[in-house]
Ligand binder design. Structure first.
Ligand code: PLP
Length: 392
């Protein structure tokens, strides 16, 4: 069965060029970059090349790049660094729609005694900047707002919120795990202090991430021990993955223009085609400010998980907007925060594309999905009721 992979916000295919560049580091080039001998030292030099490529992609200096084990570690490091270096401040500002890497940590910090403000979003998943400005005070240690949402693709005006944080002496961090490689990012003249990203969302392998820390930002490490990453993140480097991330960064920079425009056109055709072919289907999130590769669609009166199972039978990989929590099917916290009605939130799926998707993939989904939704609705008493209501 041909796989149609439309779950690229969950993880991406490792680019063949990345695999090729990594392979020697599992074989003959196994040295430790911290070693005194040149066998290891040569590996250190290649890591520095990867750091430079990574920095180029986001308009940073190589010295501002700290390699971590994943996006989640970068997020935790950022929040704990800001709290650790501002012990006189005990307030955190974030949003109700963050990925659990920040959302879960913020909830934990609340339990530890920090005051946390979770900024609300509107029906289209947008933040109210006035509300953000009001929430940030001179007690705020850190403002952490994601650059782009992993479920809906909605993009926030992080630059403006960063300036608000700066004005109050707070650190500004953004979880840009979904944004890097999909939209242009230039941190050179930015007010952003810290930024997290993750390799496996941009065609590098799982298990490598980055925390960008602007030069001059107060910092305290999350992992202490050895002197790796100039003492900012102890632990022997994940050499092969870092080298892979360097290559993936170069590819992402090359693909930001034309290739991403092609992905956006595919996404638009997919989205439009589904809305035209299927009744009571709605797109979630601000259509103006969205990642080029993501669409979140609600199909009223069906279960997202059931759609995924049916799609799975035909080789289509997607993801639902909801998570199963202890046996009860809870709609996602993102859609709930947006006030998406229960009947829609339950039937939401996310389709996320990459440069490896083709027109044929879109055609397959457009062919399969109307039948999947019709079959599921045929089993739904609520859909029958709704249809009777309409005709009666
Ligand atoms: N932040 C966002 C917005 C994400 O989408 C993800 C992964 O889905 C993460 C953080 C976590 O990244 P990682 O899997 O590298 O820990």
């Amino acid at each position: 069965m041909r796989v149609v992979y439309l779950d690229n916000n969950a993880t991406t295919r490792v680019a063949p060029e990345v695999v090729e560049a990594m392979t020697p580091y599992f074989g003959e080039r196994y040295g430790n970059p911290s070693s005194m001998h040149s066998f290891g030292g040569q590996v250190g030099k290649v890591i520095e090349e990867a750091r430079a490529r990574m920095a180029d992609l986001i308009g940073a200096d190589p010295g501002e790049i700290i390699f971590t084990s994943c996006g989640t570690e970068a997020d935790s490091t950022a929040l704990y660094a800001a709290l650790g270096t501002h012990p006189d401040r005990s307030h955190v500002v974030t949003t109700r729609v963050e990925h659990p890497a920040v959302f879960g940590l913020a909830q934990h910090l609340e339990k530890e005694g920090y005051a946390v403000t979770f900024l609300p979003v509107d029906r289209q998943g947008r933040l109210d900047l006035d509300q953000a400005a009001e929430a940030i005070t001179d007690q705020t240690a850190i403002v952490s707002v994601m650059w782009a949402n992993n479920e809906t693709g909605v993009i926030f005006d992080v630059e403006q919120i960063a300036r608000m944080a700066k004005a109050k002496g707070a650190v500004f961090h953004t979880d840009a795990v979904q944004a890097v490689g999909k939209i242009p990012i230039n941190l050179r003249d930015s007010a952003i202090d810290m930024l997290s990203l993750s390799g496996h969302k941009l065609h590098a392998p799982k298990g490598v991430g980055v925390l960008y820390v602007r030069k001059g930002t107060k910092f305290t490490p999350f992992l202490r021990g050895g002197h790796q990453e100039r003492g900012r993140r102890a632990g022997t480097e994940n050499v092969a993955s870092i080298i892979g991330l360097g290559v993936a960064s170069r590819l992402a920079a090359e693909r930001l223009g034309e290739e991403n425009a092609r992905v956006a056109a595919l996404r638009d055709r997919l989205e439009k085609g589904l809305i035209e072919r299927i009744p009571a289907a709605y797109v979630n999130g601000d259509p103006e400010n969205r990642l080029p590769n993501t669409t979140s669609i609600s199909f009223e009166f069906v279960e997202g998980e059931a759609i995924l199972l049916f799609l799975n039978e035909t080789g289509i990989c997607a993801s639902s907007g909801s998570a199963c929590t202890s046996g009860s099917l809870e709609p996602s916290h993102v859609l709930r925060a947006m006030g998406v009605p229960f009947t829609c939130a339950h039937g939401s799926i996310r389709l996320s594309l990459s440069v490896y998707n083709t027109d044929r993939d879109v055609d397959t989904v457009l062919e399969v999905m109307p039948d999947v939704i019709a079959r599921l609705r045929a089993m739904s008493p609520f859909w029958a009721e709704r249809s009777e209501g309409r005709s009666g």
